[in-house]
Design a protein around this ligand. Structure first.
Ligand code: SF4
Length: 320
């Protein structure tokens, strides 16, 4: 996406009151114009999601100078678990980056994917204590989604594990001085799909307005000579996806009905923007449970998280 298109999106979102944006996809720290975005919008706050391998001293100094950037670094457990998924030696490099961020006083978080393999480890008090000692201000949990060419279905969470995941989140929130984030459940413990509810959307590298980051499929593209919200509001593709998803589950249609989702996508005017073949990948996936477990709705038991989930957390803005 050109820098002008990014500015066009941010200007449009700002005109609607948005002040928080997430920059993700590929590896944003390799995007040469990345810092031009927060630099231009000093009245907005930007979250950059990174693998943590490119946070050298110069980059961290730049982030500190900008003052309106928070870094979210991926880490999936200790050295053994993390490197099994992300590559040999990655854990040590990421921890070094986190220490650098801490030394420079930068607000940062850690994004951790919960799998059947690292479940006990990454939801343990010891893991969260370790991140607190490293200076992480927030910990963002994702459940593993086995979609894509190198997916591992055996690492997906089953319904029992999703219930355990939810219970552990509540416990960790009570016990540790770190903000524990999930986008799976609302304040009353009901499952949420932000894309189905129209609370968020993803703008891909080609400017495609997509339902969410893992669903790289778009029929409508942001153009600098057309209003961004006009593009979104008039997108039959997005409305169609929302209806499709809402009619099937409160959870994740990617996990629960991948084959039907592939069929649906192919009936739309959208096109694949993944650079792979999203529909082929969905067809090759097995349906599995998602975070919607209606028989076990566990409300937030902390007043502050109830407030955050009701007032602030959902509907963050645009991200791309
Ligand atoms: S479709 Fe799945 S991954 Fe996308 S926003 Fe909904 S729950 Fe999240």
């Amino acid at each position: 996406m050109s820098l002008d298109t990014v500015f066009h999106v941010v200007d449009a979102a700002k005109s609607q009151g948005c002040r928080f944006f997430t920059l993700l996809g590929g590896e944003p720290l390799l995007y040469p114009d990345l810092w031009a975005i927060p630099s231009r919008y000093s009245d907005c706050y930007f979250q950059v999601i990174t693998n943590g391998l490119f946070l050298d001293a110069k980059t961290v100094k730049k982030i500190r100078e900008l003052g309106n950037v928070t870094i979210l670094v991926s880490l999936d457990g200790g050295a053994t678990s993390n490197d099994a998924r992300r590559g040999e030696g990655v854990y040590a490099r990421v921890v070094e980056s986190l220490r650098r961020l801490q030394r420079e006083g930068i607000l940062f978080g850690v994004a951790t994917t919960v799998t059947a393999g690292n479940f006990d480890e990454v939801l343990s008090d010891a893991y969260v204590r370790f991140l607190c000692r490293l200076g992480a201000a927030y910990l963002w949990y994702y459940g593993y989604r086995p979609v894509g060419p190198n997916s591992s279905p055996e690492l997906a969470l089953n319904a029992e594990k999703f219930i355990g995941f939810r219970q552990r989140l509540l416990t960790l929130r009570r016990r540790h001085p770190i903000v524990v984030i999930d986008t799976y459940w609302d304040a009353d413990g009901r499952a949420v799909c932000p894309a189905a509810l129209g609370l968020g959307f993803h703008i891909g590298p080609a400017g495609g307005v997509e339902p969410c980051p893992p669903l790289s499929y778009a029929a409508d593209f942001v153009e600098t000579n057309r209003g961004v919200f006009q593009t979104i509001d008039q997108s039959e593709f997005l409305r169609g996806f929302q209806n499709f998803a809402r009619q099937r589950t409160r959870g994740c249609v990617i996990l629960e009905c991948p084959h039907e989702l592939a069929d649906f996508l192919e009936t739309t005017k959208g096109r694949d923007t993944s650079g792979r073949s999203l529909t082929a990948e969905l067809r090759a996936s097995q349906a599995c449970p998602s975070h919607a477990v209606p028989e076990s709705q566990i409300p937030e038991d902390s007043r502050i998280y109830r407030f955050l989930k009701r007032r602030l957390f959902f509907g963050l803005a645009a991200y791309g």
